[in-house]
Design a protein around this ligand. Structure first.
Ligand code: FES
Length: 87
């Protein structure tokens, strides 16, 4: 599990191993759109302010992956204990 902090509302949520970031965010009422839920369409893009995303999508190229400034919430997870996102 890891934590996701919503920078605008200062809310901290826990993402358990069996839930996606997208599920946790939408359950908490965050406004994140989704479509494919398989990491291919790019709809669920979330801006990452700090922390290191564990990219599991098929959208980003290597440079974007290394930059770590956005993530696709339906599939990607976190390498750090906490990710801070611009929500
Ligand atoms: Fe398509 Fe996440 S919903 S990439």
């Amino acid at each position: 599990p890891f934590e996701i902090e919503l920078a605008r509302s200062k809310t901290v949520l826990t993402v358990p191993a069996d839930s996606s970031v997208l599920d946790v965010l939408t359950k908490a009422g965050a406004d994140v759109l989704s479509s494919c839920r398989q990491g291919v369409c790019g709809t669920c893009e979330v801006t990452v302010l700090s922390g290191e995303p564990d990219h599991r999508d098929s959208v980003l190229n290597d440079t974007e992956r290394a930059a770590g400034t956005c993530m696709f919430a339906c599939v990607s997870r976190s390498r750090s204990d906490r990710l801070v996102v611009d929500l």
